[in-house]
Design a protein. Structure first.
Length: 96
């Protein structure tokens, strides 16, 4: 995510396999700036982030900095991290 106003706007999207309970994504040529990352485990492989009313996740998900939302996506500001080097490593834990 690169915008605090919408979760629909994204700079890059990538699909990676889970191997030995872990996944790793590499993004290249990201402009320096401030970003947030969101990810989910599409357990039923339907291409959607499945939720139940009122938006409670049915699949594992993770947000940069471990940020959590209340009845919806988390706030942008606590989720942001700077990208000011060619290489930035950011672990994101998945919650189930």
């Amino acid at each position: 995510m690169d915008s605090p106003r919408t979760t629909e706007k994204h700079l890059r999207a990538i699909e990676v396999p889970i191997v030995n309970c872990s996944a790793s994504a590499v993004f290249t040529a990201i402009p320096f700036g401030t970003y947030a990352v969101s990810t989910w485990h599409d357990e039923n492989e339907n291409g959607k982030f499945d939720t139940r009313f009122p938006g409670i996740p049915l699949e594992g998900y993770g947000i940069s900095n471990g940020t959590r939302g209340k009845l919806g996506p988390p706030p942008f500001d606590p989720s942001v991290f700077p990208v000011h080097n060619v290489t930035t490593t950011l672990p994101v834990a998945i919650r189930y």
